[in-house]
Design a protein around this ligand. Sequence first.
Ligand code: B12
Ligand code: SF4
Length: 500
Amino acid sequence: MKVKMILPALTEAKSPFWRPIKYSLFPPLGLATLAGYLDGSDEVVIEDEHVEALDLADEPDLVAIQVYITSAYRAYQIADHYRRKGAHVCLGGIHVTSLPSEALRHADTIFLGPGEDTWPAFLRDFRAGRPGKVYQSRVRTLIGQPPARRDLIKRHLYLVPNSIVVSRGCPHSCDFCYKSSFFHGGKSFYTQGVDQALAEIGSLPGRHLYFLDDHLFGNPAFATELFEGMRGMGRLWQAGGTVKSILAPGLMEKAAEAGLRSVFIGFETLNEENLREQHKYHNLDRDYHEAILRLRDLGVMVNASFVFGMDGDDATVFDRTVEWAIEQGVETATFHILTPYPGTTLHKRLAAQGRIASTNWDLYDTRHAVFEPARMSANTLEEGYWRSYREFYRWSSIVSAAWAKQLWSQRLRHIAYAGGWKKCEALWNLFIRARQVGIVAPLLETILAGFGKQQATTELGPVQTGIRTTVPACSAEEALPADLVSSLRTLTSEQLLRRG
Ligand code: B12
Ligand code: SF4
């Protein structure tokens, strides 16, 4: 059987003029995971429109398309095309799960929720000549799943080919998050077995890994065992977590020892009223400042994530948030406009209040105000969002934030991180258009490894002291080039993760 798997791209990712690096970061891991369930005799290809032109002239028997909200229209166009050609078209992913009736108009079969149980069930039915119309995931487990078909991924087209997911979902339920709607009907947080996860990590080439888990630290027992197993593997990695998990005693120390280099943290807002409104209770009464200092002491960088437009926000929120992040010496920040994804609690609330202003899914990219904010206009929200990025990444802000640190080495490193990111966006664009991203990646990896050795030295002392006390200020010159490269890798891959 000829099977074609497609990750369609949103328009911005295909621009002939400007291609943000974020679309060339991670391969389509979800599709590679599903490909693991196909037979050895099946002929399968994965095409990711973010990094390559689709071959629409082929004649597959079965087409599987992953649909995100911002690529939904393109996904439907491709689906219609293949249905006209007589292929059996399957649509799945987050947007399909949110709006099944919309997706059904363009598919022979749709899949709701994660695909580990439904996709193999469908394949059996399809081969038996009786494919169903709708498959709803109910059995949620990663134990014993076949390995993802990473051999189908064109690694050279990605800057971070080693993305990995060892858990699914999250133990929390914030109103704006896709989690509750996507995992509806079954478990909403579960992990692989530790041995299975370590085996997958061990199978990945190079040193750098990016955990795309919603909350890698969400199950502390699992995380602790995983980090203990990773110690000594020589990996350098990045992940996402909550303020609560960062403050949890002992966990970050183990993560840092295992090679953690940066964490994406959902601070979301500095306003308690907002946290309550969004049911983000795990951030309430947490000392954000302490979390940042804790990571700094461990030599782990912070990518602070903020959401603007919650009901407690007025037009002053932007400057206050940016100032706070600068004062805290945060290396990088990711800002988002609150976006009511269909299926979320937030969407239900705003719809009931008649405040949804647009259902053009292309605008649901966290850069547009698609609802009516409570205490400012939509224009003010969008302008404030863009201003926040400009202000945070001004040279004067970068220098001020760097000065929140005590040592010259830390300050210079900070300047290299933030400055490098801004300067190198244009450079990355060139690499992408020349299809050279993969050539750069191993080079970065090599230099990153150099930085890793230096980091390992700091770990000889008490973990808590980290870079702050064990890297002398005069070693800054040595640290800079590798740091800069490390930061490029970190920043580019972190900037727009999750709601970015
Ligand atoms: C990595 C990532 C990215 C990467 C790359 C994505 C990629 N290559 O797949 C980058 C940085 C490019 C990115 C960009 C964006 N992202 Co993003 N991203 C993620 C992240 C963190 C992980 C995705 C992942 O790999 N998951 C792990 C794999 C194994 O699972 P999976 O892909 O979901 O696949 C499983 C199921 O969905 C299902 N499935 C999927 N497709 C199909 C198809 C069939 C036929 C079947 C049977 C099953 C099936 O089966 C798979 C196995 O279980 C998610 C958060 C999350 N946890 O999902 C956000 C997330 C998907 N991103 C999101 C958003 C908003 C964006 C952006 C709009 C951000 C922006 N402002 O630009 C862009 C636009 C993306 C686009 N092309 O349209 C939202 C999506 C919201 C929505 N309702 O669609 C999420 C959920 C973050 C959030 N919490 O809000 N993203
Ligand atoms: S926003 Fe983060 S903490 Fe909240 S439910 Fe989603 S993944 Fe979990």
